[in-house]
Design a protein around this ligand. Sequence first.
Ligand SMILES: *Cc1c(COP(=O)(O)O)cnc(C)c1O
Length: 368
Amino acid sequence: MTAVETIPFVDLATQYRSIQSDIDAAMAAVLSRGDFILGQDVRLFEQEFAAYCGTSHCLGVASGTDALRLALQACGIGRGDEVITTAHTFIATTLAIMEAGATPVLVDCDPEYGLIDVTKIAAAITPRTKAILPVHLYGQPADMDPILEIARAHSLAVIEDACQAHGAFYKGRRCGSLGDIAAFSFYPGKNLGAYGDGGAVTTGRADLADKVTLLRNYGQRVKYEHLEKGGNSRLDTIQAAILRVKLRHLDAWNAARQRAAAAYNRALADLSVGLPHVVPWGTHVFHLYVVRTNDRAGLQQRLDAAKSQHGIHYPIPVHRQKAMAELGYAEGAFPVAEALAPSILSLPMFPELSDAQIARVAAAIAGT
Ligand SMILES: *Cc1c(COP(=O)(O)O)cnc(C)c1O
């Protein structure tokens, strides 16, 4: 009997093999040209990704966290300002707000999708509020129309955290084109992932694009002429070359994730786990396939025994993290997010996930 192979949570090696000759050639071309910093592939990727998102500007930056911070700074947000976001997100969302010098003001998520509860936003607005920062969590869009309406009424910026939603649609428009400005991460495991760190800001506003252009590159438009105190946060040319190759596959890969999610839904339908609900206002690109259970430890044990990896996104809500203690939120502040944290479980999800792998995960969950 041959040993059973582990089902990985994401499988970047299999994906690399499927595009290896294109990736290798794209990387070799950068090495031959030697344009490592803001080279031609960065410029071309920015054009291609802006077009893909249906917006006019894209700026490649060093990470998703930097993309969020630079988007905030471009909107003029800093010390003394408040930014409203969700308690159910990756901590980078609130860390970026604090890096910009502002204060995150959290609101709870809705129980059905785990996205920012738009009915709770208005009550969180104070005279210091400068922006609303919805997170398109797990691969599906927050309900942007009511968010944009509240923002308009109070003259607030809307900054999308699209780090998990490359290619997802909201009412026919792509995430990243819905607010004033948006942030993407190209962390390797994201739906569009580099082979290292990377990120991008997208925006339809030329003034914000110009600001990010300066902020990511020492405040200079022309070398050694520093118009303001920018930093160094640029997308590597090699990563941009890789992303250009992978962008051509993104829609097919997202469709493969949706097929895998549908297969999971069928395989798990009669079991006692809660399946992910898809929003009626958009598409879900399944960055993560997250089920709910009241026996998470048991499920984890059975998946371990079946040699399937799994994850939790996220085990501790943002406001209960030690690093966020200064925000002063008590236990019970966001009951929906707090109820989700102990009951969610992320199953393996990547475009190349096979029917056999899905069947093995489902059998493990069923305990058969
Ligand atoms: C990945 C992620 C980020 C941060 O991106 P990095 O590239 O890792 O800095 C921010 N927000 C969300 C929701 C993410 O999933």
